[in-house]
Design a protein around this ligand. Structure first.
Ligand SMILES: Cc1cc2nc3c(=O)[nH]c(=O)nc-3n(C[C@H](O)[C@H](O)[C@H](O)COP(=O)(O)O)c2cc1C
Length: 458
């Protein structure tokens, strides 16, 4: 072609391109609108797997940041995500803890199972923040398993799994930096947000003031109340825990008192190995040390277990040493004077012997501080001891929920918060299942998302 004709040819080609685009304008417009709609509807999916609320609290604050930057971000528990949702061009941010012995939290179990049995090829991109605790041998195991599973189905990681040891604030900051470098409009939270608060310096030296056996004659293992005092003013709130340093290891207990009581109380149950020797923590605290001995400890903030709405009713459910966490919540509400109604549902073995703090519970019930008090005893039958106030039944706390389902629904309709504290296996999982049966799984998920279903299970 003559060089002089090149501009004419280019012009002709450009004209042809414009003409073609014009002819297909309707189809192109609709493709573009679909694409935009698809992206705005599913900008970011934030999936959480959380047993006691830490991962949920972090996921919630991440969503808030994204939404404040104009992104569409959906917060959802992992069990609610179907693998088929991830076959499209989707961005998935996962925050999940590991529980049990390297296991999935209950609200992530089904997701993992569905992925494992799905033949779908995943198109999504994902990032995963794995919460855990190095004191456990399977550190962040579930986070890693889930990431492996997603990758094996074709999902593309934006960056490697980030492991967070005991909510380390620096690692959480790093997660935000990595997200920001991957194009998410977020910034590391500067002020403390739920789930990333700093703990008191370690260690503090507190003295054992008093140790009291609370279940003399019980068919189960001994349960002790420990009272500690500190030479310095200390601050904590209901929901926080105490980490005790024993021979280079740490043991964690829910705090039962408030700072206004001027002592730190918690409950310890004796546990024994197969050879009959006591467990490390309980052996040290209940058998080795004596009153006035000094203990090294750290107060651990646990914002996921803070009272979300003091003015609303609270349904407190628990068993065994879980009464510690429940007592702290009750006491904190009583300190504040203005608080919603409180209904305590507590399970133990024997009505005669397993009634920790029964005088205080009786008093709170008789003066109306506790508007309702229900006990479930797994090894006793009526007639109940005359000193027992409130209603008692044989069995477990979940049976009380079934029996009192009307009261449960009425309380929830008034905006009640459910606070669950005690053993994860058995009481924790059975209560969760019962609640889902009674009021519907979607409603329980909604309560959890809005912070009205708080679990402190171990
Ligand atoms: C009963 C129990 C078992 C746990 N098991 C593990 C574990 O096997 N591996 C690990 O890394 N962390 C383990 N953790 C630590 C939790 O993952 C960590 O505390 C996390 O912050 C909890 O987050 P969540 O409240 O969202 O469930 C365990 C914690 C509890 C209470």
């Amino acid at each position: 072609m003559n060089a002089a004709n090149v501009p004419y040819a280019a012009l002709l080609l450009a004209g042809y391109a414009v003409f073609t685009l014009w002819c297909y304008r309707t189809a192109l417009l609709s493709w573009w609108q679909n694409r935009q709609q698809h992206h705005s509807l599913h900008d970011v999916l934030i999936g959480y797997g959380s047993e006691s609320g830490n991962a949920l609290a972090l996921a919630r604050s991440l969503r808030q940041q994204l939404v404040s930057q104009g992104q569409t971000a959906q917060l959802i528990n992992l069990n609610k995500i179907a693998p088929a949702q991830l076959t499209r061009d989707q961005r998935l941010l996962i925050i999940t803890s590991t529980t049990g012995d390297g296991e999935a939290p209950a609200n992530a179990e089904r997701f993992f199972h569905n992925l494992s049995s799905s033949g779908d090829s995943l198109q999504c991109e994902f990032a995963l923040l794995a919460l855990g605790d190095r004191l456990y041998s399977n550190f962040c195991a579930f986070g890693h398993q889930l990431s492996q599973q997603l990758k094996s189905l074709g999902a593309r990681p934006l960056f490697p799994v980030l492991e967070v040891d005991r909510l380390c604030p620096q690692t959480i900051e790093h997660w935000y930096e990595l997200l920001s470098a991957s194009g998410f409009p977020v910034q590391a939270p500067k002020t403390s947000t739920r789930g990333v608060e700093k703990n008191e310096p370690f260690p503090q030296r507190w003295a054992l003031k008093k140790r009291t056996l609370l279940n003399h004659g019980s068919p189960g293992n001994a349960m002790y109340e420990l009272e500690l005092s500190s030479p310095l003013a200390a601050h904590w709130q209901a929901g926080d825990t105490v980490l005790i340093n024993i021979a280079g290891q740490q043991r964690e207990y829910s705090i039962a008192s408030t700072p206004a009581e001027d002592c730190l109380r918690f409950l310890v149950r004796m546990q024994y190995h197969d050879d009959g020797s006591p467990g490390l923590g309980c052996g040290y605290l209940c058998e080795t040390i004596s009153e006035r001995d000094v203990i090294e400890l750290q107060l651990k903030r646990n914002p996921a277990c803070y009272d979300p709405a003091m003015d609303m009713p609270m349904i407190l459910i628990g068993n065994g040493t879980g009464l510690a966490g429940l007592r702290a919540q009750i006491q904190q509400r009583l300190n504040s004077k203005q608080h919603g109604d409180m209904w305590l549902i507590y399970g133990e073995r024997s009505a005669e012997h397993d009634r920790p703090w029964h005088q205080q519970l009786n008093q709170w019930h008789s003066n109306g501080d506790l508007t309702a008090l229900n006990f479930a005893f797994s090894r006793s039958h009526a007639p109940w001891p005359p000193s027992l106030q409130g209603k008692a039944c044989e069995g477990y706390v979940q049976q009380i929920l079934k029996r009192e389902v009307l009261q449960l629904k009425q309380c929830l309709a008034k905006g009640a918060v459910i606070y669950l504290c005690g053993s994860r296996d058995g009481m924790g999982s059975d209560t969760d299942r019962t609640l889902r049966e009674l009021i519907g799984s979607d409603y329980v998920d909604e309560l959890e998302l809005s912070g009205r279903y708080v679990r402190d299970v171990y």
